[in-house]
Structure formats: structure tokens, C-alpha cells
Design a protein around this ligand. Structure first.
Ligand code: ATP
Length: 664
């Protein structure tokens, strides 16, 4: 496009100069004849087809006729006139030449030209053509330059169509884990292939299914696999493709999409990131309502379950934010099924590693089970990233296969960001960072619900100057004490600075933020504070209270005082623990300053085994056994996997039954 613009611009500039260099003046026939007879014209060029004559002036002639003789205005100076009769012009010029000879002046040279038809056509139609070209380019740009472009196609849907036998090259085999979601999705494909099986019993074919889950868990991948495997046409579009700057375009595109789908039925339509159009409609349209988006949504509601029927069209949609979607969109009859695609469990993670390590040259000592254990809380996309990052690290170190350390480096990098060893840190700062991190480690170790520690580091990574990494326990319901313990652990860093250096620093702001938020949720969401018990001031739908607070000023004060009380109590508790274990804390701090990174086992040597072998630990022990059993079953079903028991992880697994992934 830019080349085109540049060329048009250049042509215009060229034309401008071409026109301006030659100074031409239109004169009438009498004046032309007068100039010729006065000897001011040295050459005449006659354009026969145009009946025009051009008289090229001598210098004296140009001066006499007051042409601009400035140095900047060089070029030919000529006069132009329409000739009375092309047949008789040569006789006329001959007459002038005779008269000039008689006066002793030089004669006029003559040339006859036919004139280029092309040039004439260009001059006649060029400007109109330019206008049309400009309009065409602008309209193309407005329609996003998309396929079929043009301003008239702006209301056409931009769905990518995968026809029968022409799907994506992703299959269900590429989607690891997600067993339940896969079953549901495969059933949808089945509905389209064998509808009679269901309709014979009187069942209605579902109209749509919504894939909901955190980012990177494989929703789009699942849909791609459907496109690859379903033997029906598959139309894929993203929610934001409906949005355009013109009013009414979104609705027109929805209509067009469904029209296209009906023509191709039976088929599947996939709308990715449907929250771009499906967000709940506002109650008060004048208050920040978005008419265009709401019109688009209304059109979608009508198309999905309106008067017209869509036999044989199944809509799949994906979103991270099902809570934000309009209730009408979610009701049965539109999206009959909601399929939750959750973060992968241990065995799912093993499968995902297996899929992504297929094309990577890994050392045979890599234990996939250990890798999966190290990556609790990771999504499929994170795991894909770990594999790729590990391969990049190995390549950077000129290895010919990817080893365990590369995977560990990749996981650390993904969780904590890039190591910044080059950041300049003074000895004093290093001491206070080590005191802070050792504080977290010591306090957490001593708490009943403290998450098992994996490692502590004072190497700066990303924005953090140091970090203590824990293996979070997978809890569905969190008791009050667990929240308090977590807060106490978070405050352990600041408390250590306070107790051991007598001077607190800005490094704890992130911990304080998390701790304060937790205390506020404890009071306002979970109703756990004894002074305001069993009341939830939170509005999860985000629609009830608007600008007003659902509590009085007195309650607001009470909430504030409760939050401060809880935080202060935990802070004092952290300080108490640190004072009791001051020697051990200092040992951990010194080891950290010496080694920069210390692991679970180092802390265990200093602080001894954790005193809390709580019920949670026992449950976790059981869970761990169960997980190992599942993992063993998985391995026996997939003999291609490298055997376990190879190299063990740096971070080691906990003897009190802890899966050791990372969480800051
Ligand atoms: P978002 O909601 O952010 O769009 P998503 O759930 O649609 O995320 P995908 O685009 O499907 O996520 O996944 C991103 C990448 O993560 C995939 O291309 C794939 O490499 C990897 N991935 C995610 N889940 C899986 C899985 N279950 N099996 C294999 N690879 C996976």
C-alpha cells in the first residue's frame, strides 16, 4: 500500500514540475501572427490532431512578451494558439518566412506533429481516475484490507472456513489431558454426524457449548482439534472481529455469519474470546452503555435462539470470563453446555509435557513426573513455554540435548523473570535482602499452615530482589488459621528486618499489599472477623451497589480497625517467632549471603524437621500416594516415557509429603 501511495505522490510531483518548467501562454491568432512576423518566434510546432500551434520564442521575443526570465524559471517559453485551418497553416508560415527574409531576419523552422492520443486521454480522464483510485484504497483500508475488501463488504463476517477434509492439522492427540472436556466436545461432533441416534429418542441436539477456563488451558487448541477431526465444515471467528467503527456492522456480521453457517449446515461455528461481544448489557444505557456492542449481542441472541431455526449448526465459544457474559447468552437453548477447562492436574501435566517434548531432543535422564510435580499451577501454555525455553537455554549453552538443569532454569525464569546478576547491589542491601528472605523462610517453617518451602534466593529476578518459593497446598476450602498463617509468613520478611536490623525498608511493599488485601477479604468477604461475623460486603456480580457502599460509616471504621488489628497481630506473631529462632534465622541469612540460593534441605538442616505434622500434611501424604499411583498407571500405559528415578530435582521432594512446584 505504501509503495502505491509513494508512486502516486511521485507522479503528482513529477507532473507538477513537467508542467511548470515549460512556460506556455495562450494567445489569440492575431497576437501569434504578430510575434511571428516580428521575428520573435524561432520555431513553430503544429499539432495537427488538436489544431494547435506552439511558437517557441527567441530570448528577445520572450522578454518582449514579458515572460519570467529569472534564473529559476528556465525551460521553454512558448505561446500557444488555435489555428484557423490545419490545411492552410503551412501557406501562412511560408508567407511569414518570405516577409522575414525580406526584412533580413532568420526564418521560422516548422514541424508538424500528430499529438499523442494517449496523452490526451490521460489529461481528460487522469484526474477522475486518480479520484477513483483514492476512493478504492480508502474503502479497502476501512474494511481492514481483508479478503474480498471494499466498502460494500464491511458487513460480511470475517470467519475463517475450514471445509470438510480441509481442517487444521491439529488433532485430539495434540490436546493432552482435558479428558472430560474432550468427551463433551467429541460428543458434539457426534451429534452432527449421527443426529438420528439422538432425535429418535426425542432428544434435541444442543445448540452450543461454551468453553470456560483460565488463560492458556487449551480452549482454542480444543476447538482447533474439532476443526481438524470433525468431518463437517468449521467456521472460526474471534469476538473482536464483530467490532468495527461503523454502527450496525457488528449486527450485520453476526447475520452474515449465521447465514453462511446455515448454508453449510451441518457445521460448527467457533467464536473465540466471546466476551468481546457477549458482555452483560448495562442496566442504564445512558451511563456508559455501548449501543453498538449491545446491538451486536442482541443480534447474536436472536440468531442463536430466535424465530428462525439453525438446524445442524452448533456454536462453540471460548472465554476466560464467563462471569462477565450476559445471562441471556448462557441460558439453555443458546449455550446449553458449559465446559470447564481447568488448570491441569499432575497426570494432565505429564501428558502435556509428553506432547510438547515430542519434538525436543531431551536427555534420557529427564523424569517427566518430576517435571510435572515441579509445575503445579502451570497452564498448558506455561508448560509449552517451559519446554521451549529449556530448549533455548540448552542451545545457548551449545548442548546437544536438553538436560534437567535447563528445565529448572526455564521454570525459574517463567515464575520469577529473568535473572539479573548484573544489577548492582551493595553489601548492605544484600544483607538486608538476605535478612528479609531468611525471615520469610523461618516464619513459614514454624507455622502450621505455612506452605512447604522449596527454595530461597537473593539473586534478583525480574522486578524482585529476592524470593522465597513455596509449594502451595491444593486446598479447596481454606480455614481461618490458614489465612492468618499465610499473612504471618508474608509479614516475616518485614518483621525480620525490624527485629534484626532495627531498620525497615521499602522491599516489603509487595508482601504488605498481599497481606492487607488478605486481611480485608477475611473481614469483608469471608465474615471471619469476630467483631463483624458472617457478613459479606462483597458483590461478586459487580452490579448491585454501584457507587454506594453497602455499609455505614461506623461499620467502615470497624472494618478498618479490624484489618489493622489482624495485620498487627500477625506482625507481632512473626516477630515473636523470629526472636525465638534468632540464631537459626541468622544462620540461614549467612548461608544465603554466601550461596545466594538455598534449598529446602539446607533450611531443614538448620531448623530441623517441621514440627507441624498436621492433618493437612497427612491428607497431602495420602494425596501424594494417590497421585503417584495414578502417575505409575499412566507410565505403564505410555511406555515411551523415560523411566522415573533418573536425576532428582534440585529442589527435592519433601519428606512430609509435598509436591514441590513453585509459587512465590
Ligand atoms: P486464552 O483463553 O488465553 O485464549 P486458551 O485456553 O485458548 O487461552 P490455547 O490458545 O488453546 O489457550 O493454548 C495456548 C497454547 O498452550 C497451545 O498452543 C498449546 O501449545 C498449549 N496448550 C495448552 N493446553 C494444552 C493441552 N491441554 N495440551 C497441549 N498443549 C496445550
Amino acid at each position: 500500500m505504501y509503495w502505491m501511495y509513494a508512486m502516486i505522490g511521485l507522479a503528482l510531483v513529477g507532473l507538477y514540475y513537467f508542467q511548470n518548467n515549460d512556460q506556455t501562454r495562450q494567445v489569440d491568432w492575431t497576437e501569434f501572427e504578430k510575434a511571428a512576423l516580428a521575428g520573435d518566434v524561432e520555431k513553430i510546432s503544429v499539432d495537427m490532431s488538436n489544431a494547435q500551434a506552439y511558437g517557441f520564442l527567441t530570448e528577445a521575443g520572450a522578454k518582449k512578451l514579458k515572460f519570467d526570465m529569472q534564473p529559476g524559471f528556465e525551460g521553454q517559453k512558448k505561446i500557444e494558439t488555435t489555428i484557423p485551418s490545419p490545411d492552410k497553416i503551412s501557406d501562412k508560415i511560408e508567407g511569414w518566412n518570405n516577409a522575414l527574409v525580406a526584412q533580413g531576419k532568420p526564418t521560422i523552422k516548422v514541424s508538424f506533429e500528430k499529438g499523442s492520443d494517449l496523452m490526451r486521454i490521460f489529461w481528460a480522464f487522469g484526474p477522475i481516475l486518480l479520484i477513483f483510485l483514492g476512493w478504492y484504497f480508502i474503502s479497502k483500508r476501512m474494511s481492514g484490507g481483508g479478503a474480498g475488501g471494499g466498502i460494500f463488504n464491511v458487513g460480511k463476517s470475517k470467519a475463517t472456513v475450514f471445509d470438510k477434509g480441509n481442517g487444521t492439522n491439529v488433532t485430539f492427540k495434540d490436546v493432552a489431558g482435558l479428558a472430560e472436556a474432550k468427551v463433551e466436545i467429541e460428543e458434539i461432533v457426534e451429534f452432527l454426524k449421527n443426529p438420528q441416534r439422538y432425535t429418535e429418542l426425542g432428544a434435541k441436539i444442543p445448540k452450543g457449548a461454551l468453553l470456560v477456563g483460565p488463560p492458556g488451558t487449551g480452549k482454542t487448541l480444543l476447538a482447533k482439534a474439532v476443526a481438524g477431526e470433525a468431518n463437517v465444515p468449521f467456521l472460526s471467528i474471534s469476538g473482536s472481529d464483530f467490532v468495527e467503527m461503523f454502527v450496525g456492522v457488528g449486527a450485520a456480521r453476526v447475520r452474515d455469519l449465521f447465514k453462511q453457517a446455515k448454508e453449510k449446515a451441518p457445521c460448527i461455528v467457533f467464536i473465540d474470546e466471546i466476551d468481546a461481544v457477549g458482555r452483560a448489557r448495562g442496566k442504564n444505557p445512558s451511563m456508559g452503555g455501548n449501543d453498538e456492542r449491545e446491538n451486536t449481542l442482541n443480534q447474536m441472541l436472536v440468531q442463536m435462539d430466535g424465530f428462525g431455526t439453525n438446524n445442524g449448526v452448533i456454536i462453540l465459544a471460548a472465554t476466560n470470563r464467563a462471569d462477565m457474559l450476559d445471562k441471556a447468552l448462557l441460558r439453555p437453548g443458546r449455550f446449553d453446555r458449559q465446559i470447564y477447562v481447568d488448570l491441569p492436574e499432575l497426570t494432565d501435566r505429564m501428558e502435556i509435557f509428553n506432547v510438547h517434548l515430542r519434538n525436543i531432543k531431551v536427555s534420557s535422564a529427564i523424569d517427566i513426573e518430576q517435571l510435572a510435580r515441579q509445575t503445579q499451577g502451570f497452564s498448558g501454555a506455561d508448560i509449552a513455554n517451559v519446554c521451549n525455553e529449556a530448549a533455548l537455554i540448552a542451545a545457548r549453552n551449545n548442548k546437544n540435548q536438553v538436560e534437567w538443569n535447563d528445565f529448572m532454569g526455564a521454570i525459574d525464569r517463567i515464575v520469577g523473570g529473568l535473572e539479573k546478576r548484573s544489577r548492582i547491589i551493595t553489601d548492605e542491601e544484600k544483607f538486608s535482602i538476605a535478612t528479609h528472605e531468611a525471615g520469610h523462610a523461618t516464619v513459614t517453617w514454624m507455622l502450621q499452615y505455612g506452605n512447604p518451602l522449596v527454595k530461597v534466593t537473593i539473586v534478583p529476578r525480574g522486578r524482585a530482589l529476592g524470593a522465597a518459593w513455596y509449594a502451595p497446598e491444593a486446598r479447596q476450602i481454606i480455614p481461618t488459621q490458614a489465612l492468618l498463617d499465610t499473612m504471618c509468613g508474608l509479614l516475616g520478611g518485614r518483621a525480620a528486618e525490624d527485629v534484626f536490623t532495627g531498620q525497615i525498608g521499602t522491599g516489603a511493599s509487595d508482601d504488605l499489599e498481599r497481606c492487607t488485601k488478605m486481611a480485608r477479604s477475611l473481614v469483608m468477604m469471608y465474615g471471619m472477623s469476630p467483631k463483624i461475623p458472617n457478613i459479606n460486603f462483597n458483590d461478586s456480580s459487580g452490579q448491585e451497589y454501584g457507587f454506594t457502599k453497602p455499609y455505614s460509616e461506623q461499620t467502615a471504621e470497624l472494618i478498618d480497625s479490624e484489618v489493622s488489628r489482624i495485620v498487627n497481630e500477625q506482625y507481632e506473631r512473626a516477630k515473636q517467632i523470629l526472636r525465638s529462632y534468632a540464631a537459626q534465622h541468622n544462620q540461614i541469612r549467612d548461608l544465603l549471603i554466601k550461596n545466594e540460593v538455598i534449598y529446602h534441605d539446607d533450611v531443614k538442616k538448620i531448623l530441623g524437621p517441621r514440627q507441624w505434622k498436621s492433618r493437612t500434611d497427612e491428607i497431602m501424604e495420602l494425596n501424594r500416594k494417590e497421585e503417584t499411583k495414578i502417575a505409575d498407571e499412566f507410565k505403564s500405559e505410555h511406555p515411551a516415557l523415560p523411566s522415573s528415578g533418573g536425576q532428582s530435582s534440585d529442589t527435592g521432594s519433601d519428606d512430609d509429603g509435598t509436591p514441590p512446584p513453585f509459587n512465590k
